[in-house]
Design a protein around this ligand. Structure first.
Ligand code: NDP
Length: 254
């Protein structure tokens, strides 16, 4: 058994230069995969050998097609796809414009659909594959003022199950990771910078049974497991990763 279980696998990671995506790219690379970070933002530092960046707007069919052409010409196959690109809009439905509603669906839902759809032919070439989508615990229960975001994550959960049913017979597994509070720029933006934010952050942290927020590396660990052969029988599931947050009866905290 090699100590680099993902050797010779090709992994695409959308949102690959974001908070969670950066940690996923580093972890899959360490496990031996050839990693391609896909994002609209270029990486902040030079990438090591075996990792490269392709600019991608997940909402644009032309951009996804150009990325696929590049990967097909240079790598010729895809074994792992992680759909981690995402945005958040912190509003109730009354305050959300139709433009904002369409934008968040375009990134979080249509982006997952478009990239997965166009990756499938390259995944079929190897006779196996693992697709890991990003849902959220907000796809099950709601944080206040995140209405459109919650709706997109519920849609990703449903899409994940549907994709797993359709592509399981060709040995392509599809799962979603549903994180709770993970310490990234997205979480910082959720907390904002007005009022007594530090007290709020501490209160939210302390409500977690594990007693801390998640880190991007915590998420990368689950991605690594779902991507590899150890998870060969895992498909169609929504893997909540939240430090026990949603396991507890909330009124016991009152
Ligand atoms: P980040 O904002 O740190 O990273 C998201 C990345 O996606 C950014 O680099 C962002 O670029 C990129 N992106 C946004 N729109 C597009 C687009 N149209 N095309 C390509 N890339 C795009 O967020 P996280 O790393 O925290 O989140 C990763 C995933 O995890 C998301 O799907 C999020 O919803 C989910 N999640 C995160 C939680 C958390 O607590 N952090 C909790 C639950 C789920 P840019 O910076 O330019 O916007």
């Amino acid at each position: 058994m090699t100590d680099r279980p993902l050797l010779n696998r090709v992994a695409l990671v959308t949102g690959g230069t974001g908070g969670i995506g950066t940690a996923i790219c580093a972890r899959l690379h360490r496990e031996g995969a050839k990693v391609i970070a896909l994002d609209r933002d270029a990486p902040k530092s030079e990438m090591p050998e075996g990792m490269r960046y392709i600019p991608l707007d997940v909402t644009s069919e032309d951009s996804v097609k150009a990325m696929i052409a590049d990967v097909e010409a240079n790598e010729g196959q895809v074994d792992i796809l992680v759909n981690a690109a995402g945005i958040e809009i912190e509003k109730t439905i009354e305050d959300t414009s139709l433009e904002e509603w369409n934008l968040i669906f375009a990134v979080n839902v249509t982006g997952t659909f478009l990239v997965s759809k166009m990756v499938l032919p390259l995944m079929r070439k190897t006779g196996a594959g693992s697709i890991i989508n990003f849902g959220s615990y907000d796809g099950f229960i709601a944080d206040p003022h995140l209405a459109a975001y919650c709706a997109t994550k519920g849609a990703v959960h449903a899409l994940t199950r549907a994709m797993a049913c359709d592509h399981g017979p060709e040995n392509i597994r599809v799962n979603a990771i549903c994180p709770g509070y993970i310490d990234t720029p997205m979480l910082q933006s959720f907390f904002g910078d007005s009022g007594d934010i530090e007290s709020l952050k501490t209160a939210v942290r302390d409500v977690h049974p594990i007693g801390r927020y998640g880190t991007p590396d915590d998420v990368a660990g689950l991605v690594n497991w779902l991507a590899g052969d150890e998870a060969r029988y895992a498909s169609g599931q929504l893997w909540v990763l939240d430090g026990g947050l949603t396991a507890q009866v909330q009124q016991m905290k009152l």
